[in-house]
Design a protein around this ligand. Structure first.
Ligand code: AMP
Length: 222
């Protein structure tokens, strides 16, 4: 059975890092709404213009825009064997829409992984975060430095600080997480699909836990 996974957690929890490991190990597509919006902004599309006005302030892009984007993406052929949703859903209406649209196409969510990290640590991680402009690989100015300053180890691309990784936008993003996204944990707890993990441990240890859970899920479904 397909691994149809939702990855949740506040900004800075390590979703992007774990997502990259998961998609590599399980060969499923990575559907990150944040990445899709950033690409649209880079390409200067209409969607990008709309998204930018929200993202730069730390606000959420409206549900109808975001849901439409995911609906199209999940229906694509490469999601047949599974998918990893990262950063979606983030609101109750998005989660409800996902229930409906994933059922319609026979690609229902099989597991929701929530990564929890305390606020002080989130702020430390986000303030020092740098990202590769080309491949999106994450770095940190103190704890995950590239071999050559400002240059991605993987693809040689330039590293930059996301515009929404500043203090003011981060405060807004954390508030949206508390108010809009956290209620989803109850929503998913009721479905029995939710697993909560401590993201305060190292990323390798966290990935070990995730692989053991994914092993159980795929075994259960055989
Ligand atoms: P991320 O890369 O997941 O941290 O997302 C960056 C930004 O994109 C968020 O702070 C939001 O402004 C926007 N965004 C990403 N995913 C969603 C979503 N599911 N709903 C609304 N806005 C989103």
């Amino acid at each position: 059975m397909a691994l149809n996974i939702v990855l949740m957690g506040p900004p800075g929890a390590g979703k992007g890092t774990q997502a990259k490991k998961i998609i590599q190990a399980y060969a499923i597509p990575h559907i990150s709404t944040g990445d899709m919006f950033r690409l649209a902004i880079k390409e200067g599309t209409k969607l990008g213009l709309v998204a930018k006005s929200y993202i730069d302030k730390g606000d959420l892009v409206p549900d109808d825009v975001t849901i439409g984007l995911v609906k199209e993406r999940l229906a694509m052929d490469d999601c047949k064997k599974g998918y990893l949703l990262d950063g979606f859903p983030r609101t109750i209406p998005q989660a409800e829409a996902l229930e409906v649209l994933s059922k319609e196409i026979g690609r229902e969510v099989s597991l929701v992984i929530d990564i929890e990290v305390e606020k002080k640590e989130l702020i430390r991680r986000i303030a020092g975060r740098r990202v590769c402009k080309n491949c999106g690989a994450p770095y940190h100015v103190d704890t995950a430095k590239p071999k050559v300053e400002g240059v991605c180890d993987i693809c040689g691309g330039p590293l930059y600080q996301r515009l929404d990784d500043n203090e003011a936008a981060l405060e807004v993003r954390l508030t949206h997480y508390e108010e809009d996204t956290k209620p989803l944990l109850d929503f998913y707890k009721k479905t029995g699909k939710l697993v909560v993990l401590d993201g305060g441990e190292g990323s390798d240890r966290l990935f070990e836990k995730i692989t053991s859970i994914l092993g159980e899920v795929s075994d259960d479904n055989h």
